[in-house]
Design a protein around this ligand. Structure first.
Ligand SMILES: [Zn+2]
Ligand SMILES: [Zn+2]
Length: 182
């Protein structure tokens, strides 16, 4: 699946396990959610986006053997698909992977942190959005590794976690009128 996300994001080529197009849809929705965020929140990744290759391959799995939520593939370790895309297009191609089911279970700020208990009917919507933002945060986290291979993990993690928190706070209060109790 090809996701053309707009000028400031690279072209994303999504590779997913056979029969699991839902994984690819999850990443596409996550990238669309990025568009709904305020300029201020998106600004936190401006330096990263400015330094990315024009094409990024995202390899989606349910879980990673290494148990990470995602990995950046250093030059020389990319899949055959990424190497072929690079030679066919002459573009610089980066590659990351994301463990979609692990991300779904990753809850740094559980919905229990909401100041007001959401109505049961709202929960699936909130949960789905939380998942989208989690996928987006891990995606941006790996893009930062791609753009700045020398950045320390703890700093990369700090940035993606605060992006995740800011995005949820913003979306829940602006789109859904619910306040996060953090
Ligand atoms: Zn790993
Ligand atoms: Zn990392």
């Amino acid at each position: 699946m090809l996701v053309r996300a707009g000028e400031d994001l690279p072209l994303v080529v999504v590779s997913y396990p056979r029969g699991n197009i839902a994984f690819a849809e999850a990443l596409r929705s996550a990238i669309c959610a990025y568009r709904l965020l305020s300029q201020e929140t998106r600004e936190s990744y401006a330096d990263v986006l400015g330094r990315l290759p024009s094409m990024v391959v995202a390899v989606l799995r349910d879980h990673n053997q290494c148990t990470c939520l995602g990995n950046q593939h250093p030059p020389g370790t990319e899949s055959r698909m990424a190497r072929r895309l690079a030679s066919d297009t002459g573009m610089r191609v980066g590659e990351i992977d994301l463990a979609v089911e692990s991300i779904r279970r990753w809850e740094p700020l559980p919905l229990a942190a909401l100041a007001a208990e959401p109505a049961p009917a709202d929960r699936p919507v909130l949960e789905e959005f939380r998942f989208q933002i989690a996928v987006l945060a891990v995606f941006l986290h790996e893009l930062e590794h791609l753009a700045f291979p020398d950045h320390e993990e703890q700093d990369v993690r700090r940035r993606s976690t605060s992006f995740y928190a800011a995005s949820l706070r913003e979306f829940f209060s602006e789109q859904l009128g619910v306040k996060y109790g953090i």
